[in-house]
Design a protein around this ligand. Structure first.
Ligand code: IVH
Length: 672
């Protein structure tokens, strides 16, 4: 190969490797395996060793970490990197909108562009004629630090802008891209696991870790940490190159950046509120942390015209979610016995409002957690609540102690039945009540059996179950089927109508779907999804009950832990008796009929909100019919179910990949 041929090969290899990078990081899909891409990189690097004069700074081989730096150089930003003012609710957004309307010419039409606010650190990337020349941290907004050699090691930072006919002009002259460097939650957890295993200090949170990493003087260290760059802004000398913020995101993607797919144009205030509500729960599923949304005026001319107040543009705000933490006092600590007998210390709190709901109790997990955090009765503590998760006590505010606080003593006996608590293994963190007949365990078991995700028996909530147990009418889940209206009428809680209603609700659930029944049995480690997998695989409860550990472990999604606890559950004489009792009462799950499932082998993505059910339920229905429920559209996706308020990006991607789209109505037909 002569130099000319090598040059041609090199440029083709670079193109292919960049293409791989772009598809992987921006489109979240794979055009070849990582191993294949590595092998192309290897060939490129060999050619470059042979012809070092052909190396350019934007070659994929130049991502390698360079030598440590003596310090960072300060660089001035081309335009100030601003911050955002916070708003918390509809009234405050309206106030923001009103202030803008007053400043704009009459009849100006305000349209918004919303994105997730990422919790990372801001970074500006400067490209000259399409080639990355500098990466600068935010610093004080005017002057930042030159961290170019560090950010070059981050795969989602393009070293060269991707050529694109549509955005050709951005490849000439100066283009600045701004965005957020984030560490994903999963990667952060893994990193901390490694730290712990190596006996090193744990990192506090993903943002600090990302920020600390970027400010490392040794690029080698940076290249070993999983960081991602997600872009949110693009700047040109001539601002008319970027007419709207939605255009900015499209251009960013076209030029090879990862820009959040969920970012979208919103027409008015009520659309903003709907979007905020949708993300209030959905944000838990994002790979990175977020504490709100960024809402901007979409038209960039109007945006500029609205100017800057203090440190923030008037045309954008951060819409923050209600605080998920608050401080309150621990009134007492008691021990709650779960259905498996686990004894969990629970803090009783002075009621406090967190993220819109009153919290009075928070889990303390187990005895050693209480000791580790040193939580005492009487302490003022920080309480955290995220989504639907049970609130937990984060830490006590030790400085607020006055000496009256009392340390917690784990009881030696079950507070319900007075049986001595035991640990199954010495290294277990959890104490358990071993008494199978413990009323607290019975109550939790029955409550679980009747719960929404299990048999879904309306009217059989916590309070009614406790009343039934206290009246000695029921001891286990099978007993509920023996209840008569007369039985219930003996209790204060029931009158004719409510008693009839409950008995009917129970009797209507004598032939439940197999997956719900399996879940309802409360076998340790079996959640709703595993129950579906088991039901689809074994088809009947009889077959499942006889499955060996090996047979169970063959089921996709079932690991050793589940396999073992399942076998253990079915071999327990007490549980066998329970199943016999069900059988005598003619309560038995229906076998799974569909061979392989009606939707077997078909992959679905649901986007937007459905009227008839939540995403989770849609997923459950798809899986129950043997289909696969995916979180994002990829090459292998067969159907995209399109609900309301859908961002354009998913649809564009589906259209590009030729994925078949279903309306909600069509979807309901499919799963009927
Ligand atoms: S737009 C005026 N979009 O939030 C700056 N910023 O408090 C407007 N941030 O420094 C930037 N996610 O680093 C924008 N999707 C997003 C963002 C985002 C996080 C950061 C950004 C900025 C800070 C403002």
């Amino acid at each position: 190969m002569n130099k000319k041929q090598a040059g041609e090969r090199i440029s083709k290899l670079r193109e292919l490797i960049n293409d791989y990078r772009y598809h992987y990081h921006v489109l979240d899909e794979s055009v070849m395996s990582e191993a294949a891409a590595d092998s192309l990189k290897h060939e490129l690097s060999q050619l470059e060793t042979e012809y070092p004069e052909l190396i350019t700074s934007d070659s994929p081989t130049q991502r390698v970490a360079g030598a440590p730096l003596p310090g960072f150089t300060q660089v001035e930003h081309s335009s100030r990197m601003l911050s955002l003012n916070d708003v918390f609710d509809e009234t405050e957004i309206r106030g923001w909108q009103d202030r803008m309307i007053k400043l704009l010419p009459e009849n100006s039409k305000l349209e918004y562009f919303a994105d997730i606010k990422m919790d990372g650190l801001a970074l500006a990337l400067v490209y000259e004629d399409g080639v990355l020349v500098r990466g600068i941290t935010r610093g004080d907004g005017f002057v930042g630090e030159d961290v170019t050699s560090n950010i070059r090691t981050i795969d989602s930072v393009p070293l060269r802008l991707r050529s694109s006919k549509k955005y050709e002009s951005f490849l000439h002259g100066r283009t600045e891209v701004r965005g957020e460097i984030v560490m994903y939650k999963d990667d952060f957890a893994k990193l901390n696991e490694q730290q712990a295993a190596a006996g090193k200090k744990l990192f506090a949170n993903p943002r600090n870790t990302a920020a600390g990493t970027i400010r490392q003087l040794d690029p080698q260290l940076v290249s070993g940490r999983p960081l991602h760059f997600r872009a949110y802004d693009i700047l040109r000398n001539d601002p008319s190159d970027v007419p709207t913020n939605s255009f900015a995101y499209e251009a960013l993607r076209g030029l090879g950046f990862l820009a959040n797919k969920d970012a979208t144009v919103l027409k008015d205030l009520s659309a903003i509120m709907r979007f905020a509500e949708e993300w209030d729960t959905k944000r838990q599923t994002l790979p990175f942390n977020t504490d709100g949304l960024v809402i901007k005026v979409n038209d960039r001319q109007l945006y500029r015209r609205l100017g800057v107040v203090g440190k923030a543009p008037r045309a954008a705000v951060a819409l923050k979610y209600a605080a998920e933490q608050a401080t309150t006092k621990v009134k007492d600590i008691f021990v709650s016995i779960g259905r498996t007998g686990a004894a969990t210390p629970v803090a009783m709190l002075e009621p406090v409002l967190i993220a819109g709901s009153t919290v009075q109790m928070a889990t303390l997990h187990n005895e050693s957690e209480v000791a580790r955090k040193d939580i005492r009765i009487g302490d003022t503590v920080i309480v955290h609540k995220a989504g639907d998760i049970i609130p937990e006590v984060v830490e006590p505010l030790v400085k607020l102690r006055d000496g009256s606080e009392k340390p917690f003593q784990m009881p030696t006996h079950c507070p319900e039945c007075n049986t001595k608590l035991v640990k199954y293994k010495a290294e277990d963190a959890v104490w358990r009540c071993p008494n199978e007949a413990c009323p607290s365990r019975a109550w939790k078991r029955i409550e679980h059996f009747a719960s929404k995700s299990a048999l879904d028996i309306e009217g059989l909530g916590e309070k009614n179950v406790i009343a039934l147990i206290n009246a000695e009418l029921v001891k286990d889940p099978a007993d509920i089927y023996t209840l008569t209206v007369e039985d219930l009428l003996k209790l204060d809680r029931f009158a004719e109508v409510s008693a009839n209603k409950l008995v009917n609700a129970i009797q209507s659930k004598k032939e439940p779907p197999l997956n719900r029944f399996i879940y309802g049995l409360g076998i340790r480690h079996i959640g709703t999804q595993t129950a579906i997998d088991l039901a689809n695989h074994f088809k009947t409860l009889e077959i499942l009950s006889e499955a060996t550990i090996d047979e169970l472990a063959e089921v996709e999604g079932v690991g050793e832990v589940v396999a073992e606890s399942t076998v253990e559950w079915f071999s327990e004489p007490r549980n066998q008796k329970l199943l016999e009792k069900f059988k005598k009462l003619k309560v038995w799950p229906l076998p799974v009929k569909h061979v392989g499932g009606k939707l077997s082998g078909q992959r679905f993505v649901v986007t937007g909100s459905l009227e008839s059910m939540g995403r989770e339920e849609a997923g459950e229905r798809i899986r129950a019919l043997g289909g696969t429920f995916q979180s994002s559209v990829g090459k292998d996706t067969d159907f995209l179910v399109v609900g309301a308020n859908v961002g354009a990006s998913k649809l564009t991607k589906a259209a590009k990949l030729g994925t078949k789209q279903l309306t909600e109505k069509e979807f309901l037909e499919v799963i009927k």
